[in-house]
Design a binder for this molecule. Structure first.
Ligand SMILES: Cc1cc2nc3c(=O)[nH]c(=O)nc-3n(C[C@H](O)[C@H](O)[C@H](O)COP(=O)(O)O)c2cc1C
Length: 167
């Protein structure tokens, strides 16, 4: 099985989760991980599973204005015109056999609504992809760090995805 993991990350937390997910997938698939700014503009025909992830910004996937907000707080990127939202919206319909899963990071506040993974899943369904799962991973504050246990959860989630598709 071939899998593609595409992530966006301002403070590095989502990047760490993406790497842990890929780690968990590695024994069941040939997995490549891309920062969204280096990701291919189309999903190659031999990819069986596309996994995307980004930080939850303003209850959804980031926008240019929220990325600038993150940059003002010391985030890695200053002016990124294309985040996960823009990449997904520009994506030509992937091969119909390709499954889709989405994850996000968000602050550990149960009453705060919205998650980038849910917004990404809505776009994927419009592209005709079957959404097999979504997951949120928690950070303690806007800049992080990750809440304890999230990297292990991410490895297990990645492993579960490959098992689900293999079975
Ligand atoms: C402009 C901005 C808006 C945010 N809005 C939300 C939000 O609506 N809900 C939430 O749970 N976290 C929100 N956050 C916190 C982010 O989810 C957090 O910064 C992110 O998970 C860190 O991931 P990263 O290190 O990969 O950038 C926001 C952060 C920024 C900078």
């Amino acid at each position: 099985m071939r899998a593609l993991v595409v992530y966006e990350s301002m403070f590095g937390n989502t990047h760490r989760i993406a790497d842990a997910i890929a780690d968990g997938m590695a024994d069941g698939s040939d997995v490549s991980v891309f920062d969204v700014s280096d990701a291919p503009q189309r999903v190659p025909d031999d990819v069986d599973l596309l996994v995307v992830g980004g930080p939850t910004h303003a209850f959804s996937m980031s926008r240019l204005a929220t990325r600038r907000g993150a940059a003002r707080r010391g985030g890695a990127y200053t002016d990124v015109p294309e985040g996960l939202r823009e990449w997904l919206h520009a994506l030509p319909a992937p091969p119909s056999a390709c499954a889709f899963a989405a994850f996000d990071t968000r602050v550990d506040m149960p009453l705060l609504p919205g998650a980038a993974s849910q917004s990404a899943a809505r776009v994927a369904r419009k592209l005709g992809l079957e959404v097999v799962d979504t997951a949120s991973f928690l950070v303690e504050g806007y800049e992080g760090p990750l809440v304890g246990g999230q990297l292990q959860r991410a490895r297990e989630w990645g492993h579960g995805l490959t098992e689900q598709l293999a079975g």
